[in-house]
Design a protein around this ligand. Sequence first.
Ligand SMILES: Cc1cc2nc3c(=O)[nH]c(=O)nc-3n(C[C@H](O)[C@H](O)[C@H](O)COP(=O)(O)OP(=O)(O)OC[C@H]3O[C@@H](n4cnc5c(N)ncnc54)[C@H](O)[C@@H]3O)c2cc1C
Length: 201
Amino acid sequence: MAGAAFLIRDGQMPGNQITVLERLALPGGALDGIKYPDKGFVIRGGREMEDHFECLWDLYRSIPSLEIENASVLDEFYWLNLDDPNKSLQRATINCGQDAHTDGKFTLTKKAQTEIVKIFLATREEMEDKRINEVFGADFLASNFWLYWRTMFAFEEWHSALEMKLYLHRFIHHIAGLPDFSTLKFTKYNQYESLVLPLYG
Ligand SMILES: Cc1cc2nc3c(=O)[nH]c(=O)nc-3n(C[C@H](O)[C@H](O)[C@H](O)COP(=O)(O)OP(=O)(O)OC[C@H]3O[C@@H](n4cnc5c(N)ncnc54)[C@H](O)[C@@H]3O)c2cc1C
């Protein structure tokens, strides 16, 4: 659907010449469309959204909001996050819900900081065929930084060092917002209702 919208807006292609093939009853693919009003609460998957999803937000500046007249989905999203920014008062818990007291700290030693910089500056080839725990030492793996990082991006110590490096490049602008999730932004409803339906409609 995003491809079709870009073709119409930027490629000037008439919409009636585009055919979207979809095998499911609801549009939106991985964005979890579901319509079971009698089923009770359904928790759907959510993507961690941020202000540098350049293609997504560029698309949604042209998609009208379903709720606010003369506004785009991007306007709606921008206003919502300005008015009600995301922030976690307790980033991590231990012992069944007690505050783990990460307290906004990264707890990175000099050695761990040096390793981050080294991996950031390494070539891709230098990171190939290596695990994260082969390029980072015990200090880094014990740090709050690693706790924030792996719980946000689903990394394990045995995952690819190259993937870790590429994520460092992609998300470096988020580091300040890692300790309290203030880097993340959310839509008003689930992503099917807030993103898929306006595009589909
Ligand atoms: C829980 C969850 C969390 C995620 N979190 C993030 C995140 O934080 N950040 C991020 O960037 N990404 C995240 N992702 C990944 C992201 O959602 C997907 O990569 C993205 O939505 C894929 O889009 P797509 O259009 O390529 O494919 P899809 O959304 O999978 O669309 C493919 C479509 O093709 C249809 N289809 C398949 N086979 C056929 C066929 N033979 N005939 C007709 N139709 C067919 C499917 O039904 C589907 O609708 C997450 C995904 C999940 C599930």
